[in-house]
Design a protein around this ligand. Sequence first.
Ligand code: NA7
Length: 542
Amino acid sequence: MTTHRPSTETAPPDVDVLIIGAGLSGLYQLIRVRELGLSARVIERGSDVGGTWYWNRYPGARFDSESYSYGFSFSKELLEEWDWSEHFAPQPETLRYIGFVADKFDLRRDVLFNRLVRTAVWDEPGRRWVLTLDTGETMSARFLVTAIGALSVPTLPKIPGIGTFQGRACHTAEWPHEPVRFEGLRVAVIGTGATGVQTIQEVAKTAASLTVFQRTPNWCAPLHNRPITPEEQRTLKASYPDIFRRCRESVSGFIHNPDPRSALEVSPEEREAFWEQRYAEPGFGIWVGNFRDVLSNREANALMSDFVARKIRQRVKDPATAEKLIPKNHGFGTRRLPLETRYYEVYNQPNVTLVDLHETPIEAITPTGIRTTGRQFAFDMIIFATGFDALTGAYDQIDIRGTGGQRLKDQWKGGAKTFFGIQNAGFPNLLMVMGPMGALGNIPRSIEYNVEWVTGLLRHLRDHRLTRVEVRPEGVQAWMDVCRKASAGLLSNEVNSWMTGVNFNVEGKTERVLARYSGTGPDYRAKADAVAAGGYRELDLA
Ligand code: NA7
């Protein structure tokens, strides 16, 4: 522990802790900070709590984690009181759940809604963060906790004429609050990631016509969602301790865990039977519960890809369309796997057309629709399922200045460098929940751990009457080495996606970088626990 000179504090901060974001991370952090007896406020740009689930109201939005593995685990009472209605709950239900949590713990009274943080500046003499908001307000806090999400800044494609369209245009993450009906409408969807797939399969049910503009097809697998029966509900509630134990012990926080066998050491019949079983089961088992080498061994991955390609060919009637839907430039599971419900069958419907942008790229968006090199399409509505400025985007939106006026955005050029996704050198008292290079996976499981670690640190500072914490550059370096080692050998490193830091719609994000921690959850927690148990030696405390 290094001792700094005592602060020459002049203006005391308004509150002990300011939290940005009232999604799952920010709300849980608020609960924990209150328990420490610290004063806190949450600043939220939306008009209510919910974060991701507040913004992503697009048709068909739902999570791919089993509902009962997704909710908060910290309160037995909450677990007892809340009934999930489906194995994979839809967005409106998840938003209701977050509202229920906010009511139960009386959280809204500390949330300042409809406010966007524009700048956050470290005031060294005052040992506080000073924030300016879009409302013109200024607020200060001893500690700043960013709970602003890893996938929360939507990006639109760079297509000429995008602003000229006269019909309705909407990004999935900025969906209107009132219901949108598609009956009688000619609808276009651009983008076929996890969001696009969910949107397409829903819009296809009612739209007069749906045209899907696909640049890169993704490998998708069935979600197998269904309602939770009353009997299942009882069993699930009784097994919560076991469910959360499984999540804690698993590689990525889901109830699924890799099979310890190699795909290459079993017989072809055994392999096929195993994959058939996984394909028939709900959730991410086929992705994170596959043979241990499917995501790292080229041959194993090629066999798996071939298995799923055969499924696509069986499900899509027109062979030419099926071929377009089969990824050719990356193997199964090397990008985020979209889970689907009759997604492939959508392309058998007479009202649905697939446009392969590799064959006929988009030239422009026009007042009446979309023009490709092949033809002009007329639409009433264009839906952009074009993704996010992932992982670092939400940080880049705020002008964050640390010691000596340095900008976080500059420090992260070429890829974020952090300490467990929680701290940055040169940015004292800034604590990130789900910051870049932290553990991802089943997000709420990572959030809970991340918040509890931050809370432990705040408790330590409070108990030792300390008011300043900053990670040393060596601490960051050591964590980045862990991240680099963990990512070695993963086939996903060779593929463009948000998981490798690529988004062609964002300046400076056209090259693949080490963009995330891809090690296991248990390993992440063991290492972070060791930092706390060791008295935070990697951090300068004062
Ligand atoms: P993704 O997975 O980043 O998908 C974005 C999609 O948009 C993807 O298919 C892109 O194609 C496509 N895209 C982006 N720009 C264009 C242009 N200019 N033209 C055509 N197509 C374009 O975002 P999602 O919202 O689906 O999912 C993000 C995460 O949120 C998801 O992983 C979950 O964890 C939750 P590309 O592949 O770049 O060729």
